[in-house]
Write a protein that binds this ligand. Structure first.
Ligand SMILES: C[S@@+](CC[C@H](N)C(=O)[O-])C[C@H]1O[C@@H](n2cnc3c(N)ncnc32)[C@H](O)[C@@H]1O
Length: 266
């Protein structure tokens, strides 16, 4: 069997991804997983700085591959009237729906929301209410399909976010390129792509279950975005610390980028 045929793809996620364990492991506190040493504070800080400029705003924001999480849209939510979240896995979308409807037993995002609101200088209770009101849809998506949201189709948005999804979903660079091209099509000309990803990672674990990751480099991502006619506004890197003691994943670095789609794109 080749390496790529063992890559854990969408059906494996549907069968084996434990949404609760994922949130408990990685999103219980603002520092994130203890073995990933402050990755989450890096990402939340980047999101806060990006959206607090007020530069990125509009009618709608789409997130592709949200998992069961909402942390990426906390700082963004006041700048967009409508948020559309999405994921391939039914249980992930169900967790988001439960949180949006404030159902008993939903995951507690308060520690993360409070941390972000402290940075943003906002009231966490107001932001929580706004966030719940503005998540209008939680759609099934598959970044490996030509139409990501089939059978739904949605209007292009002013902002698209994707976090840690493409390298988890795509077994090789060509499929990553194709998926990023589909994500780019969800943006209006001039819209902003906000991406969180990992560099040099081949796996990560949720409890004892191991998931594959496509090993990519900064140059790979920059090259694909250039070919898609994006202008990278910022590309921030968070290098792995204490990598040899990390049993949860083998990432070399996390990245956070903002890139603008060309206004000339049809
Ligand atoms: C590492 S999690 C990232 C979740 C979340 N965005 C975050 O930042 O924590 C990877 C996500 O990719 C989703 N995924 C895997 N294959 C996919 C596919 N083909 N299309 C859409 N999502 C997929 C999984 O269901 C999972 O929620």
């Amino acid at each position: 069997m080749t390496e790529s045929s063992r890559f854990t793809e969408a059906d494996y996620y549907q069968a084996c991804f434990d949404s609760r364990a994922y949130m408990n492991n990685f999103y219980c506190r603002p520092e994130g997983h203890s073995e990933e040493k402050n990755y989450l504070t890096f990402v939340l800080g980047c999101l806060s700085r990006t959206f607090s400029t007020g530069q990125y705003k509009g009618r709608s924001l789409i997130e592709v591959g949200s998992g069961p999480t909402i942390h990426t849209v906390i700082s963004a939510c006041e700048h967009f009237e409508e948020l559309v979240l999405s994921d391939f896995v039914d249980k992930n979308r169900e967790e988001i729906r439960k949180w949006v409807q404030n159902e008993e037993g939903c995951f507690d995002w308060k520690p993360i929301i409070e941390y972000v609101c402290e940075m943003d200088g906002k009231s966490s209770s107001d932001v929580e209410v706004k966030l719940r009101q503005r998540v209008k849809q939680v759609l099934k998506c598959n970044v490996l399909s030509e139409n990501i949201f089939y059978p739904e189709s949605i209007e292009p948005a002013e902002c698209v976010i994707t976090s840690l999804c493409l390298e988890a979903a795509c077994k090789d660079l060509q499929s990553y390129r194709d998926a990023l091209c589909r994500v780019a099509k969800l943006l209006r000309p001039g819209g902003a792509l906000v991406m969180v990803g990992v560099l040099g990672e081949t796996f990560y674990c949720v409890d004892q279950i191991r998931f594959s990751c496509l090993k990519i480099s900064k140059a790979n991502v920059e090259d694909i975005l250039r070919n898609l006619d994006f202008t990278v506004q910022e590309f921030n890197i968070f290098l792995a610390q204490d990598r040899e003691n990390n049993k949860v994943s083998d990432f070399e670095a996390f990245f956070f980028l903002v890139a603008l789609k060309s206004t000339k794109t049809i």
